[in-house]
Design a protein around this ligand. Structure first.
Ligand code: XMP
Length: 356
């Protein structure tokens, strides 16, 4: 039998392939503004009955969020989620001390139910975050059902990660109060190269923001954010919060020691939760490897850094003529840029002149 190489089904599929966009592919068009001062711009966002002054959440990663990170995030009006690479007792001890605007992460198998119950009972945690690599899964549905049955009614559930509108809709229908979106955009991720799966991050936000049940849960844009400009783009595309790992890692408030590297000077470790290093530290062995570990130059305290983020985010909103996040979503106009545009958008003086 002759082998047909002209697969019409595949051809039709290729024609239907979408172009996915990410942060560097677009810019926001500056618009008419009546904002009298950047200070009059509000960054307020909401989750449940609580409002937050800063739409930033620190990642549930062992090199990003424990007690000190939660405290500084809370002091700026943001949120921190304590990672789950510790024993239940260790996590309870860390969480006992965190502000009630912050949460804890759990998984969807093993001790997850016991962990969540103890965090709520013994540390009075009000936000639980199911943090798994591929949350659009029947196991997540079962986990949400069990948690909703077992935990106090006022506990809010953040669940992730997913990358599609259908994924967002299913998680919300299963009971999620917040959904983390983003598969593979982070600098420490290997998911896309290892598995061939993922979705460009800005398109993920656009698509999930168009979910039929979008108003029933908050949308958290997780991973791939390199600048405050990326944060403004994520918020303009529909995110209620952005989640940051690398931008907050290697700070005084992140867990881990400062050590000396000959090339980089003072550094701290930043490890993907699915990296060999993080899994070995936690479990003593590795499951699937979808992340890497790196060193980042030590930044000192996050105080001046978060001050600058607040300033730049407010300025970002004012360029769209928006005095709050709701107005930003209505007024924002995205323009796609070419690779020449991307070059022009980066600081490129080094390439055309001599730096003295
Ligand atoms: P950024 O870009 O802010 O991303 O550093 C932080 C987010 O990355 C995710 N994360 C991982 N993704 N393999 C992955 O594919 C990993 O090992 C890994 N560790 C963290 C997570 O969503 C985090 O918030």
């Amino acid at each position: 039998m002759a082998i047909s190489r002209n697969n019409q089904k595949l051809q039709a599929l290729v024609e239907k392939l979408k172009t996915g966009l990410t942060y560097d592919d677009v810019l926001l068009t500056p618009g008419y503004s009546e904002i009298p001062s950047r200070k009059s711009v509000s960054l307020e966002t909401h989750f449940g009955i609580r409002s937050y002054d800063l739409p930033i959440i620190s990642s549930p990663m062992s090199t990003v969020t424990e007690g000190d990170m939660c405290k500084i995030m809370d002091s700026f009006g943001g949120m921190g989620i304590v990672h789950r690479y510790n024993s239940i007792q260790e996590q309870v001890e860390i969480c006992k001390d965190i502000p009630d605007s912050c949460g804890a992460a759990i998984g969807i198998c093993g001790d997850y139910l016991d962990r969540a119950k103890k965090l709520c009972q013994n540390a009075d945690v009000k936000i639980i975050c199911i943090d798994v690599a591929h949350a659009h899964h029947s196991k997540t549905k079962k986990a949400i059902e069990s948690l909703k049955k077992e935990l106090p009614e006022d506990v809010l559930l953040i669940v992730g990660n997913v990358a599609t509108k259908k994924g967002f809709e299913d998680l919300v229908n299963w009971g999620a109060d917040g959904v983390k979106v983003g598969i593979g955009p982070s600098g420490v991720c290997e998911t896309r190269s290892e598995t061939g799966h993922g979705y460009p991050q800005l398109s993920t936000i656009f698509e999930c923001n168009s979910a039929s049940n979008r108003n029933e849960a908050i949308l958290i844009a997780d991973g791939g954010i390199k600048t405050t400009g990326d944060m403004v783009k994520a918020l303009a595309a529909g995110a209620d919060f952005v989640m940051l790992g690398s931008l907050l890692a290697a700070s005084q408030e992140a867990p881990g020691e400062v050590f000396y590297d000959e090339e980089l000077g003072e550094v701290k470790k930043y490890s993907g939760m699915a990296s060999e290093e993080a899994q070995n530290d936690f479990r003593g062995h590795t499951n699937s490897l979808e992340g890497v570990s790196s060193q980042i130059p030590y930044k000192g305290s996050l105080l001046p850094i978060l001050d600058r983020y607040v300033h730049s985010l407010r300025t970002g909103l004012s360029y769209s003529g928006a005095k709050n996040l709701e107005e930003l979503r209505v007024k924002a106009k995205f323009v796609q840029q070419t690779s020449a545009g991307q070059f022009e958008s980066s600081t490129h003086i080094k390439k055309i002149g001599r730096i003295r």
